[in-house]
Design a protein around this ligand. Structure first.
Ligand SMILES: [Mg+2]
Length: 345
């Protein structure tokens, strides 16, 4: 484990503090930016929502019912096209209508700072567009490409999308992650929550599920060593905000939350495998190194196998992985993370 992590960190250029790596001069600036990014505490990012300005009339009929909007968190590499993606619909849980052809204003809290900046306005889609960042245009989508002169820099950013006609809104988080920063990916239900179905009961009672003992500390330990988290869950798309709340309330490190696109119920079995495999592939296609993965079911195991994660870097909570990943009974067993050589020590 230690050898694996050491060679990986060297490969990724975190060389300043690791003996035995031989940095080239040209990599030194990169190392410093990586180190600065990783060693700063992630800001709370809890500024009050921006002033949405005056209401503007809807282009079409005023939508009826409750707003069910949501935004997709993203991790980008420097130089990637930066897409901000949301979904806008109204109605009841079981009968939602997409918001089509309506203006949405996009605001950003750059660097999780203190002042909001309006990036632009875009129209919600009619469902005839293409797939961007793995998200097909099924109508009521917003795809906003950040203009070149407003690109987000390295770090974490909060984005708020506001419907011009009624000021209903949704938020998402974007991080621009420099070269040299590896990721870890964790399933949520039953891996971080105390049971695979804990979220279902908690949704009904309006509470947030409990977390497995030691899980938050273990993942925070990885973040303190310079890794960034992806919470990859087959929960339905609507669950993204509840998942962010779970991460927050149970003291897990903030990161990217990625849900499935399923409209109402989470994905199971082969569908979960397919969804998670594709999500992992998108990360590796962008050049991200996935250093560790955590899961608790056969679908996690198969997706992690498909993604080619080394077996010794796969951890399964109270689950026997037929592909050779490691079973843990408690997150307190993950002492090896404490001995990883990170960039912030
Ligand atoms: Mg699970």
């Amino acid at each position: 484990m230690r050898i694996h992590a050491h060679s990986m960190l060297c490969t990724f250029g975190l060389t300043l503090v690791i003996s035995g790596c031989q940095p080239s001069d040209s990599s030194q600036m990169q190392d410093e930016s990586t180190r600065a990014y990783n060693c700063q505490a992630i800001p709370a990012c809890d500024a009050k929502a921006p002033d949405p300005g005056a209401l503007r009339p809807f282009n079409g009929r005023k939508p009826a019912g409750q707003a069910w909007h949501r935004g997709h968190d993203q991790y980008f590499r420097e130089g990637d096209t930066q897409w901000l993606i949301g979904k806008f619909n109204y109605g009841s849980l079981l009968a939602r209508r997409n918001l089509i052809g309506e203006e949405v204003d996009i605001h950003v809290l750059r660097g999780c700072g203190t002042s909001w900046e309006k990036l632009g306005t875009s129209l919600t889609t009619d469902g005839g567009g293409t797939t961007i960042e793995g998200i097909p245009d099924d109508g009521g989508r917003l795809y906003f490409e950040i203009p070149a002169d407003k690109q987000l820099g390295v770090g974490r950013h909060r984005v708020r999308m506001v419907v011009a006609g009624d000021h209903s809104a949704t938020e998402l988080f974007v991080e621009v992650v420099p070269e040299g920063v590896p990721l870890f990916v964790s399933d949520v239900d039953g891996t971080l929550t105390t049971a695979e179905l804990a979220e279902l009961g908690s949704t009904i009672t309006g509470t947030i599920p409990q977390a497995n003992d030691g899980a938050a500390e273990a993942l925070k330990g990885l973040v303190n060593k310079g890794y960034r988290p992806v919470y990859l869950t087959a929960r339905p798309e609507l669950s993204v905000q509840r998942t962010r709340e779970f991460v927050d309330v149970r003291s897990f490190p903030v990161g990217r939350v990625e849900t499935s696109l399923s409209p109402l119920l989470g994905l199971l079995g082969d569908k979960a495998v397919e969804y998670k495999s594709e999500a992992l592939q998108r990360l590796t296609d962008k050049g991200f190194e996935i250093a560790y993965v955590f899961g608790n079911t056969a679908s996690d195991a198969e997706a992690y196998e498909n993604a080619g994660i080394p077996a010794e870097s796969r951890y399964f909570f109270k689950y026997n992985d037929k592909f050779g990943g490691q079973r843990i009974e408690s997150y307190r067993e993950l002492n090896e993370f404490a001995s990883l050589e990170g960039v912030c020590e």
